[in-house]
Design a protein around this ligand. Structure first.
Ligand code: MG
Length: 383
């Protein structure tokens, strides 16, 4: 048996409590859940794939347990692209080519890239030919919508004192005038030097988003994120065509084809592809290279809390320096934790994708009743 042959597949999930309750325009969060797949190979290695959700972690693990694991057992883990295509075109495609099923595929793909990097003895970014320098991050963890304007100003100021130069503010309330007052107050208090971006999490219609454009421009917003429903390409296109503020989107797009439609129609300037929402590292790279070639900024959305994206930034040709979203919620779940100093993330040095889960994290945060152990499984029968 070749060493790279898959011998077992295990799934579980961690629910990591947040230090405080948070909300944006669509969700209220008290914990961040990390669904996990561990793929073992005949040579004794374990590749770990992760996602990040606030509900429905069991849906992702069940797709892997019931539909992907029988296909993976006995297969060659080094055939990443072949495995991707085989799983993608299973009958599950018809019930979830975007969302749950595709996020489960992402978990498997990340695990296979983790294995490939371990086998090469390299951190994933080095396997992908990335540059070694630290990567700038922006911080999302100070501008939540449930915080008062005073709390946002205090928290963003504290993050700036710790070295971040780019900070995000959540908007998208039912009354856009409240949001206008919010961004004006934040900019006035924080001064002109820090870079601010804002995120409406899809909750406005085109008319409201259009009314906000001059307000956001006046407040010097670097980008306007998810201004309207994520699938409304034409509304994004109109907002971007106004040329007032750059439009950012991508955390709610699940495929290479969805991104190419936005890119071809000039519907965005900032491409927020998320390795846990598209089909893993494989599809992330396809999208990032395409977007960069079109002259767009690629700034990943951190559904993985940056753990995998810290390897993917700076691995493709672009005239824009790489930038990562930083949210520190699940850092302690990992064996090799991300290291961010003065707003810059150091490149990991350990072989793999930095996805291995710490034993202490499983003891503290594993969710009962989610996932399946290897002993539950049988490989699919030869056809
Ligand atoms: Mg967002």
């Amino acid at each position: 048996m070749n060493g790279d042959v898959i011998t077992s597949v295990e799934t579980y999930a961690l629910a990591v409590p947040l230090p405080r309750s948070l909300s944006d325009a669509t969700a209220r969060l008290t914990a961040w859940t990390v669904p996990v797949v561990e793929i073992r190979t005949a040579d004794g290695r374990i590749g770990t794939g992760i996602s990040g959700v606030h509900h429905g972690a069991d849906l992702l693990t069940r797709v892997i347990d019931r539909h992907y694991a029988p296909e993976l057992l006995g297969a060659a883990s080094e055939d990443i692209l072949g495995t991707w295509k085989r799983l993608y075109w299973l009958p599950t495609h018809w019930v979830g080519r975007a969302g749950t099923v595709h996020m489960a595929l992402s978990m498997v793909d990340i695990a296979l890239w983790d294995l490939a990097a371990q086998r090469a003895g390299l951190p994933l970014w080095r396997l992908l030919g990335g540059t070694p320098g630290p990567i700038e991050t922006y911080n999302t963890d100070g501008g939540w919508l449930n915080l008062s304007v005073e709390e946002v100003i205090r928290d963003l100021g504290a993050l700036a004192d710790r070295g971040w130069r780019r900070l995000k503010v959540k908007i998208g309330t039912p009354d856009w005038r409240e949001d206008a007052a919010r961004v004006r107050a934040v900019r006035t208090a924080i001064g002109p030097d820090l870079t601010l971006m804002c995120d409406a999490n899809q909750r406005w219609d085109l008319h409201t988003a259009t009314r906000m454009l001059p307000v956001l421009a006046e407040a010097g917003m670097d980008w306007f994120e998810e201004p309207v429903h994520a699938d409304d390409v034409l509304a994004h296109q109109r907002l971007q065509a106004a040329g007032i503020v750059d439009i950012a989107a991508g955390e709610s797009l699940y495929s290479y084809h969805a991104f190419t439609t936005f890119i071809a129609t000039g519907a965005l300037r900032v491409v927020q592809v998320d390795v846990t929402r598209v089909g893993g590292v494989t599809e992330f790279l396809q999208i990032a290279r395409h977007a960069a070639a079109a002259g767009l900024r690629v700034v990943p959305h951190a559904g993985d809390m940056m753990q995998v994206h810290q390897h993917l930034a700076g691995t493709f040709l672009s005239e824009t320096p790489p930038l990562l979203e930083y949210i520190p919620w699940t850092r302690e779940a990992f064996v090799h934790r991300s290291v961010v100093r003065d707003g810059y993330a150091a490149r990991p040095q350990e072989p793999g994708a930095s996805t291995a889960i710490a034993a202490t994290a499983r003891e503290r945060w594993q969710v009962k009743g989610i996932g399946a152990t290897p002993s539950n499984r049988r490989a699919r029968q030869p056809r």
